[in-house]
Design a protein around this ligand. Structure first.
Ligand code: ZN
Length: 268
């Protein structure tokens, strides 16, 4: 259940709705066992939603971000914060921050109430993805990173080194995967959490795929809103789960034939 005491004073209505949606999705991640301890992070680009709204000046925290993201207003979860805290205490474990004009500092304009709160250590990845989304006109405003077990297990399998084969293996498991993850998954090599290298792999992957699987770590997706980003992860993980179930039962699944897969293209 979503927090009924959510502090929403002064926030645009669309922002309030989106925050409630983030709480709900955080609940899905927790109950699915995709968000152990402080695993995962979520961000949403609220810049357009605050247009015309007066924003109170708050303390600026110095940071070093790409200059082109100056002026962006983002919802982001906190570093070390538990995603399950977003279900009932979202203003403690997440914040809305405004990046200053030359991207040398940010100020927290809502939330971040937990003692010692700092935005996610993956902030650089998130801002770069949001910038890319504003440039490519995708209309995607949400980014979700989480730890779906079946996708992680698949990233340990030798098949993961062959991205085309991995995608065909997922798509062939059931029609939904082909239809709702139409661009498939990107299989990125292992890189350290929070590194510029991981950010670059992720951005490159999202240019041609719906989901980026971080080898031996987790997965990330972007979407119009947080529910849509979750859907990409949920459906692709279903494909991985079905594949692993077939292998665990010691048979190679027949899978949808090439003709059957082509027949689904009317839905793409
Ligand atoms: Zn992670």
């Amino acid at each position: 259940m979503v927090n009924s005491k959510l502090k929403t004073e002064g926030l645009p209505l669309r922002v309030v709705d989106e925050i409630k949606s983030i709480s709900r999705v955080a609940g899905y991640l927790w109950t699915r066992e995709w968000a152990e301890r402080n695993a995962g992070n979520i961000s949403v680009n609220f810049t357009d939603y605050f247009k015309g709204n007066k924003i109170e000046n708050t303390v600026e925290v110095p940071c070093s971000l790409p200059r082109e993201v100056g002026g962006m207003i983002l919802f982001v979860t906190g570093t070390g914060c538990y995603l399950r805290s977003l279900i009932n205490n979202i203003e403690q474990a997440a914040c809305i921050l405004k990046i200053n004009g030359d991207a040398t500092a940010y100020s927290i304009i809502w939330g971040g109430e937990q003692k010692g709160f700092k935005p996610t250590s993956e902030l650089i990845s998130h801002v770069k993805i949001h910038y890319e989304n504003t440039q490519n006109g995708s209309g995607y405003r949400a980014v979700v990173h989480t730890h779906p077990p079946e996708l992680i297990v698949l990233s340990h399998h030798p098949i993961f080194k062959d991205e085309e084969k991995t995608n065909h293996s997922l798509w062939k498991m059931c029609p939904e995967v082909r239809v709702f993850v139409p661009k498939g998954v990107s299989c990125t090599p292992y890189a350290l959490s929070g590194s510029e290298e991981l950010a670059d792999f992720t951005i490159a992957g999202l240019r041609h795929r719906d989901v980026v699987i971080w080898e031996k770590h987790g997965a990330l997706a972007s979407g119009e809103d947080v529910e849509k980003a979750f859907d990409y992860l949920d459906v692709s993980n279903k494909g991985a789960k079905l594949l692993l179930m077939a292998w665990a039962a010691n048979f190679e699944p027949v899978g949808l034939t090439q003709e059957e897969l082509q027949g689904l293209e009317v839905f793409l």
